[in-house]
Design a protein around this ligand. Sequence first.
Ligand code: NAD
Length: 389
Amino acid sequence: MRILVLGGDGYLGWPTALHLSDCGHEVAVADNFARRGYDHEMGVQSLVPIEPLQQRVDAWREVSGKDIAVYCGDLVDGEFTVHMIREFQPDTIVHFAEQRAAPYSMIDRKHAVYTQHNNVVGNLNVLFAIEEVNPDIHLVKLGTMGEYGTPNIDIEEGWLEVTHKGRTDRVLYPKKPGSFYHLSKVHDSHNIEFACRIWGLRATDLNQGVVYGQETPQTERDPRLATRFDYDAIFGTVLNRFVIQAVLGHPLTVYGSGSQTRGLIDIRDTVECIRLAAENPAESGEFRVFNQMTESFSVGEIAKVVANGYDGAVDVEHLDNPRVEQAEHYYNVVHTGLVELGLQPHLLSNTLIDSLFQVAEAHKHRVDLAAMRPTVQWRTASSPMRDQG
Ligand code: NAD
C-alpha cells in the first residue's frame, strides 16, 4: 500500500512511519515542524534527543534500505495539502498532524484559537483534498478517548443505539470533552462523519487512550531513529512523566485524589493498530470508530505501578487538580474492534517500565525541573505557560 503519514515527525507519527515501512508499505511523511516550535516557545525539549526529519529518513535508508518520502508543509494550507495528495497518490492517509496537548489549548485565548484553527481547518483540508483527488483513499484519523469524557454509561465504539419514545436510531455517541483540544477532535469527528455520509468517503476514527513508552523495534535499531519523549507538564503524558520523576527522586505529582481513570496504550500497540486499520479499510461511505486503548487505570494506580517498579524510594505528592474533571466516576470502555482485527496488546508490565527507567536514567541531565510543575489552570481563561520561579 502507499501510505501518507501526516504529522510524521511527531512522537507517534515517526515510529508509525517506520513500522509501516518495515512491513513493506510505500511510505511518505508530512510535517510543518509545529511540535518542534512549541518546544522553542515553552523553552523545553524532548528528554531523548531527536534528529532533524531529513536525517532520520537518511538513517532509516541506511539501516533498512527503504526510502521514506518527505513533504514539508502545513495542512492548514489547502493548496499544499491537495498538491501533496495528488503527487503521492496514497491508498491510505494516516492523520496525526494536530496540536495534541490539552494544557497547551487551555493556556489562553491565543492558544485555544490556534489549536482549534490548526486542527479543524487542517482536517477539513484533508477531507476536501481526498474528495477532489480520489474519494477512495482511506482516511485513518487519530482522535482521542478524551472526546467521550467520563459518562455514567458504557463508552461504545463511536456509535450508540438509542431508543427514544418507542423509536430506535443509531447515533454518534454523545461527547463530553474536557478541553479546547479535546473539543477540536470532536469537531473533526463530526466533519469526517459528514464527509463519509455526503461524499461517500471511507474513514476510521481511532479514539486513542494515553500513550506510554518510547521505543519500538524499529526505533531501537539506531539512536538516530529515536522518537521524542516528553515529560513537561504541558506535553508530557502521565506515565512517561511519572517515570522521570521517579528516576530524579522527585515525588510523582498526582493531580487531585488520583481516582480519575483513563484508557492507556503502549506505543508498540499504537503503531500496530494503525497498520491493522490501514490494511483493513473501512467501506466506502463508512465512518468507522475504534477505541484504541488496551487497559484502564486510575492516575493513582499508574503512580503505584511506577513506584513499585522502581528500585528506590518513591513518594507521591497530591497537587490541587489544575483541570476540571470528575474525580469519582464510572469508566467502562468497549475496545474490541482492533482486537477483532488481530491486535495482541502489550499490557503494562515491569519490562516496559524497566526500559523506560533506563531511557530516563540515560538522559536525566537534560531535565528542566521547573517544566514539570503544572501552571495551566482550567478554571481561568489565562495562565502562564510555565513556572517563572
Ligand atoms: P506530536 O505533537 O508529537 O505530533 C504531531 C505532529 O504533527 C508534530 O510533528 C507536528 O509538528 C505536526 N503538525 C501539527 N500541526 C500540523 C499542521 N497543521 N500541518 C502539518 N503538521 C502538523 O503528537 P503525538 O503525541 O505524536 O500525537 C499524534 C496524534 O495522536 C495527535 O493527533 C494526537 O491528538 C493523537 N493522540 C495522541 C496521544 C498521546 O498520548 N500522545 C493520545 C491520544 C491521541
